[in-house]
Design a protein around this ligand. Structure first.
Ligand code: PLP
Length: 417
């Protein structure tokens, strides 16, 4: 083992110790081999402890109370906003709490979209998109008479950018994923964003799979909007965030209406609060928002450059090990190059249905996802009914890849491959 691989192994061992669920056994007495972080990540002790501490010590509504625990809750809630913003290179007054990426994208499509998209306008997406970054734009297009265009994906799962300038002609908005949740493809955002801006388009990035795995600097990227989900990056479920350039957010109408998003309300008229609170109607997800900041601290402390390198190394190892099963019918999808993918690998094994395969792996304690991964149009285009997907994160190591291969060997025996 090289010195850097040994250092990586010892760092990963100490990370694993922070995740209590990984010490548990399945009901069959197997070690839990969690390879489904693209669906949701596990949570480290500091995040879990933060939730318990909030409810035990200072549970109170934010922004309203003058008493001690209400001030403490407000301070922690707003400090956490600053931490999550800082994690992606943004300011806290540019970061709106949402429930998740899906809600963040819906906020932009309902608010910015209603104010800016007109009949005949074009919206450019890619063929890699998750339903969350497709269906909201379909609805907006139906409501406004706009139309959708798509950057094509090739058979390796890479975007074809040769025709980008033609595709961008007349486009008002580009909504594009940072990383494909199905194939792991890392999208070359810098090239797309620069050319989109040159064509006069606003760019929204679906960062659900980007922010957890890659060092993100929204200013360097020059993204206009960046949407993300806490639960995919060690934070609790039910909390996400939308970054937006301040001048865009200031000009946008509110999304949902009610308490907290107002400055003054009269019976027939309301003036709205400043950004970001203008977009946060009603009581927010206070404990989970505070937990999101702690998760970002945890990742920042690991160093996102290390996270990327760890996952690149692990993907490389997984590609090598999975290739051993190719003679027995294993098909690996997506770009088979660890430098081009981030943490997710899709595959099928001979003619075993992906759901059956996932069930067999489960008997060995190996958790993978099977199905269309909320990318039905991509599956249709590629001609796959379903795939199995193994996805990695900071707490996975080579043992987990080996466990996946051993479980696949078991499946091969059962199906006589
Ligand atoms: C690329 C991508 N976009 C959007 C989403 C939606 O995330 P959420 O369900 O947290 O809103 C996901 C979730 O898997 C995703 O992978």
């Amino acid at each position: 083992m090289s010195v850097s691989a040994a250092l990586d192994a010892s760092k990963t061992a100490s990370i694993i110790a922070d995740f209590p669920i990984l010490a548990r056994k399945t009901s069959r007495g197997k070690r839990l081999v969690y390879l489904d972080s693209a669906a949701t990540s596990q949570k480290p002790n500091p995040v879990i402890d933060t939730l318990v501490q909030y409810y035990r010590e200072y549970n109170a509504n934010v922004h309203r109370g003058v008493y001690e625990i209400a001030s403490r809750a407000t301070d922690a809630f707003e400090l956490s906003r600053a931490k999550v913003a800082d994690f992606i290179g943004a300011r806290s007054d540019e970061l709106i709490w949402t429930r998740n990426t899906t809600e963040a994208i819906n906020l932009v499509s309902a608010s910015w979209g209603a104010a800016n998209i007109r009949s005949g306008d074009a919206i450019l997406l890619s063929e890699l998109e998750h339903h969350s970054n497709l269906v909201p734009w379909q609805l907006l297009a139906e409501r406004t008479g706009a139309h959708l265009r798509f950057i094509p994906v090739d058979e390796r799962g890479l975007l074809v950018l040769d025709d980008l300038d033609r595709l961008l002609d007349g486009v008002k908005l580009v909504a594009i994923t940072h990383v494909s949740n199905t194939l792991g493809t890392i999208v070359p955002l810098d090239r797309i964003i620069a050319r989109a801006h040159a064509a006069g388009a606003v760019v929204l990035v679906d960062g659900a799979q980007g922010a957890p795995h890659l060092a993100v600097d929204v200013k360097a990227l020059d993204a206009d909007f960046y949407a993300m989900s806490g639960h995919k990056m060690l934070a609790p479920t039910g909390i996400g965030a939308l970054y937006g350039k301040r001048e865009l957010l200031d000009a946008m109408p509110p999304f949902l209406a009610g308490g907290d998003m107002i400055r003054r309300v009269e019976y027939r008229h309301t003036t709205f609060n400043d950004v970001p609170w203008k977009f946060e109607a009603g009581t927010g997800n206070i404990a989970d928002a505070i937990g999101y900041g702690v998760a970002c601290d945890y990742l920042a402390n690991l160093d996102m450059t290390w996270v990327r390198e760890h996952e690149r190394r692990l993907s490389d190892y997984a590609f090598q090990r999975l290739a051993e099963l190719e003679p027995r019918g294993l098909a690996i999808y997506g770009p088979r190059n660890a430098s081009l993918v981030s943490g997710a690998i899709s595959f099928n094994f001979a003619d075993i249905h992906a759901h059956d395969l996932a069930s067999i792996l489960d008997t060995e304690g190996v958790c993978v996802r099977a199905g269309h991964h909320c990318t039905m149009p991509l599956m249709d285009k590629m001609g796959w009914a379903a795939t199995a997907r193994a996805s990695f994160y900071v707490y996975n190591d080579e043992r987990d890849v080996d466990a996946l291969i051993d479980a696949l060997e078991k499946a091969a025996v059962i199906f006589k491959l």
